[in-house]
Design a protein around this ligand. Structure first.
Ligand SMILES: [Fe+2]
Length: 304
């Protein structure tokens, strides 16, 4: 159930069409965009959010799904470094760095609909393949959650990635087993121990949510959404679906522990290339009706 304060009094589609994506503020502050947009759209001040929540627009369209503490640490702890992941050597268990992995995406500057899809170089690294194989079961779990909370996104992602994988797999120069890609998202970005400046994601679409999975050890990072002035606890084990094209988002410095995020993304141009239309926003009414049907039927049975 939504708290009243998790609503914004504007239309996410019209808001999304108004946003620009300037370069992030290097000092870690929000860009000037949220402030500029407040001249045209009612201000939202959602404040601190620590409990499961959705942020919903004035028409009931869901623009953020927040699932804290949905993942718990496994007792069989596998050190991240032992998987040989591509982080540079430094103090700490996870190192620091960022790598993007995708079985089928457009090379930068080659993003016309007629350009070929290619596999990221990182995807071919043996350690990355081993890491993905170990992650597969968890990715299937995340796929299932996506199907439940954002069914249209799941359908669009499944259709686009299966066609894209087929296309890439038919390329004689393929360098890795693209068909074993475990996610309905078309790419992953793994970020270890990095502050994320306030930004919007340019390559997506308003309804192609990012799935951000916050992992790591003992940190108390928070995710800030400048457009709605919300601050979400972003502890290890949190899943967050966010319209990263519409909402400016950032993770500032944290005090203790180490932070890793696995950011799952879909590229609008890849979906366009595959002929997959953009999904609709998930509607709050869809979920309420599901609950309402149960309520109505139980009321009927009480009347009998
Ligand atoms: Fe982002």
């Amino acid at each position: 159930m939504n708290r009243a304060k998790d609503y914004v009094n504007w239309d996410v589609e019209r808001y999304g069409e108004s946003v620009k994506a300037p370069q992030p503020n290097r000092e870690g502050l929000p860009t000037g965009e949220p402030e500029r947009l407040r001249k045209y759209y009612p201000e939202s001040d959602l404040g601190k959010i620590s409990q499961p929540a959705t942020i919903v627009d004035r028409h009931g369209k869901i623009l953020t799904i927040y699932l804290p503490n949905i993942l718990t640490p496994s007792p069989a702890k596998v050190p991240w470094r032992s998987t040989g992941f591509c982080a540079p050597q430094c103090d700490g268990e996870f190192g620091a760095g960022r790598v993007t992995i995708s079985p089928a995406y457009f090379m930068q500057m080659h993003e016309r609909i007629q350009d070929p899809l290619v596999t990221s170089a990182s995807y071919s690294i043996a350690e990355v393949q081993a890491w993905l194989a170990a992650l597969s079961t968890t990715e299937f779990f995340w796929n299932a959650i996506t199907a439940a909370v954002a069914p249209d996104l799941f359908q669009a992602g499944s259709a686009a990635i299966s066609d894209a994988l087929r296309q890439v797999s038919s390329n004689p120069n393929k360098s890795a087993a693209a068909s074993q890609w475990p996610s309905i998202f078309s790419g992953l970005e793994v970020i270890a121990n990095r502050v994320t400046l306030s930004h919007r994601d340019p390559g997506g679409a308003p309804t192609l949510y990012d799935l951000l999975v916050s992992l790591g050890i003992g940190h108390a990072a928070t995710m800030k959404l400048a457009d709605v002035q919300a601050e979400l606890d972003y502890f290890p084990g949190t899943m967050l679906y966010i319209s990263g094209k519409v909402l400016e988002h950032s993770v500032g410095p944290w005090v203790n522990g180490e932070r890793i995020v696995i950011a799952h993304f879909m590229k609008d141009k890849v979906h366009d290339r595959m002929g997959v239309p953009r999904p609709a926003f998930p509607m709050q009414s869809f979920f309420l009706e599901m609950v309402g049907k149960e309520v109505r039927s139980s009321r009927k049975s009480q009347r009998r």
